[in-house]
Design a protein around this ligand. Sequence first.
Ligand SMILES: [Zn+2]
Length: 318
Amino acid sequence: MKDKFVIGVDLGGTKICAALVSLKGSIIYEKTIPTNVQEGDAAILSNMAALIEGIIKKCELSMNEIKGIGIGAPGPLNLVNGEIICTPNLPFKNFNIVNPLRSKFNVPVYLDNDANAAAIGEYMFGAGRGSRNMIFITVSTGIGAGAVLNGDIYRGNTQNALEVGHMTLKEDGPLCNCGNRGCAEVLASGTAIAREAKRVVKEGTVTSLCKYKNITAKEVFKEAKLGDHRAKEILNRALNYLGICVANVMNCFDPEVLIIGGGVSEGDSMVIDEVKRVVKKRCFKIISENTKICKAELGTNAGVIGAAALAILESKKV
Ligand SMILES: [Zn+2]
């Protein structure tokens, strides 16, 4: 049978996950390997190629059954020539990962940033199914987003649209990795929640957070639920900023669906509840009343299914 499957690859700083995915978004076979960044760019690329080759072999398929390969990678990327420009957790500098894989496998290879890939995944196979206009925001160590507008991903002039994590929310706020101050990411991400918790503990405040050696957002959610006031305060502040960020995005795009994914949203239902509360207060009424705000559905598979969905969506354009 021809063109029955796609391969989705989620390239991250610690692991590379690849999967054979049906055109309906089901994972047939999946395998993960460590990225081993210390081995350098060429080794990562050849390990990735071997991973894909292994999956095709394991599933006893031939290349003419594969419609294409989709890769989700951290940005910034140059999508015109298929390069990873640079990224903090991977050793790539203007490194082309598309052309070598295309020559090796002789199928179309599509690259996009991981947030866009996850957005396409949710649009085709997750919480955004059936919508035409949809925004996906991922909140984990950072904050990223993707927009599907009129059935296609919106990339912008330089393919870097929807950097909502770097929307300024507090003019003189904490310094962000991007060099700016008071970005959404530095006020509302999982990293921001953990940083605030550590600061509060260091100040000697009375809080049940003191008992943890290594505090992440997860512990803050846990202690807030158990009634710790400082943990609650930290979360309220961060989720209020996330709500403002979402309200701003909704006022710009007026989407049918706004999906929140990533580790922080997985943590607790209070994320969606708080975002809805702030949005109701701050967003243009006609927009907020008509946008469905919900949690992402693809969970831990968002990376590979998103990359596979990218290949499916893009290959339809040819
Ligand atoms: Zn920033």
